[in-house]
Ligand binder design. Sequence first.
Ligand code: RNT
Ligand code: ZN
Length: 415
Amino acid sequence: MSKATYEAAKAQYKKLGIDTEKAINTLKKISISMHCWQGDDVGGFETTGGASGGIQTTGNYPGKARTPQELMADLDFALKLIPGKHRVNLHACYGIHEGKVADRDKLEPKHFAPWVAWAKKRGVGLDFNPTFFSHPLAANGLTLSSPDPKVRAFWVKHGIQCLKIAEYFGKELGTPCAINFWCPDGYKDEPSDRLGPRQRMADSLDKIFKYKYNKKLVIPTFESKLFGIGLESYTVNSHEFVMGYAMKKGILALLDMGHFHLSENVADKISSFLMFFGKVAFHISRPVRWDSDHVIRVNDDLRNAAHEIVRMGPENFIIALDYFDASINRVAAWVLGMRNMQKALLEALLEPSATLKALQDGEQFTEQLVLQEELKSYPFAAVWEEFCARAKLPANEAWMADVLKYERDVQSKRV
Ligand code: RNT
Ligand code: ZN
């Protein structure tokens, strides 16, 4: 593409009152938290058993990262193909243990020191997640809400240790660490007591948050879910439970795009969250028929979410990706998902939202509809290309050739 193509696009957007330079510069500053777990199918470094306990990956594409070194190398490779500066999201099961693996209730910052060193070197911020799954004490699908006080105590301790690790990340890296609490807790079949597990869950969470974490360094978020695999009938941390608890506790609720009925519009929830929580934490995912965690595409769900994020100020959002497809090249899955998120945000940044809002408020619904639709054929691609060119990266599928080379030279040797 020539510079002239961008200039023509710039002029076209200018007529709408949109400054493409401003859009490019805003996008450059939006940092997305890239989930380490796409790199190895939510495997982690504790066991070789893979993900279990309410969470599951499907697919068997060769070449997944098996060690911290491999995962770090893959992350490095992926980040090089993504414009902008981003964060990396770790799970507690990605601790790096020398010799005997410390159990979840005994995890300490030292188990994440190599990650901090890795992140420091690259100027990357780290986010975190306690891992309430893939563990013998989560095998029956109950953790913080278990009727067994010993099981609850174990997971409470895990939650507290993770808050300490998040504090360590925030302090070492000079950027607050978002720590997301997601538990699979639920029942496969109709329970007789829906209240008890929720009361126990709240009590366990209260015990975790008794730990006085440094609020400048740690941003706790709490994720709701509709159902889990093998836990189809009841989920303790339902949307209502999470909203209520988070509100009461002064922490953020987290929306995962795969955790609602498929006909629900997740983008519509954002404005309400923003009003009452002040900030919104997001797991950008793609459910196909169920919470399948497919790599995100630039589909209407993503576009609608991105538009709401941009309209309400990207600085008010914690944008984290959450999907894990084991059936395709995992590095490509990262790169494509991150770039798709950026594309959706850029398209939203090029929306003449003040004009559209005025049309809505003026009840000029025909003009609003026409403009909304005609905008779809504006030269977005030229602005995306310019954004990528400034980051010295291809704006098209050319990056995949690099991934295929990496697959040949590095990933395919992992047998
Ligand atoms: C599971 C949740 C949760 C996990 C990660 C690995 O349904 O979405 O966020 O995907 O914590
Ligand atoms: Zn999620």
